[in-house]
Design a protein around this ligand. Structure first.
Ligand code: 0O2
Length: 215
């Protein structure tokens, strides 16, 4: 590579990642608006926490090679759907579904894929509602539709997932059997806690409280 070619490649990579940064900003703004409006209208805040990140270059490169994906920007755009990720933590599972509905029903959002690991948890106990959405971003060069993975989960599901994630990487994806069983057991306890807290919340605030999903 000549220095000019290297600079062009660097600029192209920076621009590629920047588009995902812009996509995240759009989704974060949408969620922030929903939170503020929900608080005002229902005197209730369904969102405990929102975090957002663009995958680091290292983690993106790892995933590209692990999945055997063509190392081109087009192919990464098509096959890696979590370059931009937003995590929405709620108090209750009903709020996770409600926020999912409110975000994905917006008419500038296209839903590429939904994985409902709350309704159907993974074998290890992982629970979360995932949506791969596309959000339009308007640049000086025109419109680009940016893929963003949004994960909706309760505080208890999030607590479990963050510990499991650390254990998974500590053991380099080969977690010993007895730890896997402990983790599954902990996921069941987290699910019981979720159900119990939601029942308590309903007792105190009634079925017409802000957290109840519109039917
Ligand atoms: P990180 O480090 O959080 O970014 P794919 O995204 O194609 O590799 P898949 O299975 O098609 O994988 O997508 P899926 O199931 O929607 O998983 C995508 C993301 O969900 C993961 O991203 C995790 O963030 C989370 N996730 C999925 N399964 C688990 C699990 O069993 N435990 C935990 N803790 N998180 C999970 P990454 O890139 O794997 O990880």
């Amino acid at each position: 590579f000549s220095p000019e070619q290297l600079r062009a490649l660097r600029d192209e990579f920076q621009r590629f990642l920047l588009e995902y940064q812009f996509g995240l900003r759009e989704v974060e703004t949408k969620l922030g608006i929903l939170r503020d409006e929900f608080q005002l209208t229902h005197d209730y805040n369904p969102i405990e926490h929102i975090s957002a990140r663009v995958k680091t270059a290292d983690s993106l490169i790892d995933k590209v090679s692990r999945k055997g994906i063509d190392p081109t920007f087009e192919s990464i755009r098509a096959h890696i759907t979590d370059v931009a990720g937003v995590r929405v933590t709620t108090s209750f599972a009903k709020d996770a579904y409600r926020l999912f509905d409110l975000l994905t029903q917006q008419d500038d959002i296209r839903v590429r894929e939904v994985k409902d690991y709350i309704a159907t948890p993974k074998a290890n106990g992982y629970k979360s509602l995932h949506a791969i959405i596309e959000v339009p971003v308007f640049l000086s060069t025109g419109r680009v539709d940016v893929a963003v993975e949004v994960q909706f989960r309760t505080i208890a599901m999030d607590f479990w997932a963050s510990l499991e994630h650390k254990i998974y990487y500590k053991y380099d994806r080969a977690v010993p059997g007895e730890l896997l069983a402990e983790l599954k057991d902990a996921a069941d306890s987290a699910a019981l806690l979720d159900a119990r807290m939601e029942r308590l919340h309903l007792q105190v605030h009634g079925p017409r409280s802000g957290s109840v999903r519109a039917v």
